[in-house]
Write a protein that binds this ligand. Structure first.
Ligand code: ASP
Length: 238
């Protein structure tokens, strides 16, 4: 999302874009996903029109996309080749350029909320693996209590694909609020068939998520390609 007018001249403008990943298969029925995205967009619009910050709205949107199980993020994530789910997420505030991310974190319901915690409660930008989980636990972020039964197959994906293909999907939100501030957030379970410890673009500030005072970007696609291409920040600089 990139507003083409200086927002200071138009303080009542707000905007939002959501995405549910680059992995859809042509010909499949995505009615449930489209209805969900539309409902969520309207809820977020209500928040933005009431004056809620872009940062809050992208966090709320991505948290819902993670928890619903319809997308390859949070609840809809697939196990890696070692048999367990690792989650990546990040968030960035365009006004302050503050940012946070978590990589290869296990069994938290809302990785994007933990990413915001990294941004606001630490001096770091990215925490990974067991260290990210220890941080999240110590700050009381909601954990998945029963990982064996929590994760589910997202809409439009077969169980075989989750096991055997390199297909993928992810979720993201970008928003502009009435003060002219922008924010971006992205969350994923990564690519199907990924190796244990594999980290894509999503938790990386620069490749997967970027926001400044001109543009807010949340990427989706094969993370290895996005990273090699420079990702979101290279678009921002173009
Ligand atoms: N970019 C994500 C990753 O590589 C996957 C996706 O966007 O579908 O982990």
């Amino acid at each position: 999302m990139s507003p083409n007018k200086p927002m200071s001249n138009n303080p009542k403008t707000y905007a939002l874009a959501l995405h549910g990943g680059a992995g859809p298969v042509a010909g499949r029925n995505y009615d449930v996903v489209e209805a969900h995205l539309e409902k969520l967009a309207r809820e977020c619009e209500t928040l933005l029109s009431a004056g809620r910050s872009a940062l809050d709205v992208v966090e709320i949107a991505v948290a819902e996309l993670e928890a619903c199980g319809l997308y390859v993020a949070g609840r809809g994530s697939a196990a890696n080749t070692a048999g367990y789910v690792e989650l990546d997420a990040s968030i960035m505030d365009g006004t302050t350029r503050m940012a946070g991310g978590v990589a290869a974190i296990r069994d938290f319901v809302h990785p994007v909320r933990v990413a915001r915690g990294v941004m606001e409660k630490t001096s770091h930008v990215l925490l990974a693996g067991s260290g990210a989980a220890a941080f999240a636990r110590s700050h009381g972020y909601e954990e998945v209590s029963d990982p064996e039964n929590y994760y589910t197959v997202p809409v439009g994906v077969t169980a075989e694909e989750m096991r055997d293909s390199h297909a993928h999907g992810t979720v993201g939100a970008v928003a502009l609020d009435q003060s002219g501030a922008m924010a971006a957030a992205t969350s994923t379970g990564g690519t199907f068939g990924k190796l244990e410890g594999r980290v894509g673009d999503t938790p990386l500030i620069g490749p997967g998520t970027w926001c400044d005072d001109h543009v807010a970007i949340s990427c989706t696609g094969t993370g290895e390609h996005i990273i090699r291409a420079g990702g979101a920040v290279s678009i921002a600089c173009a």
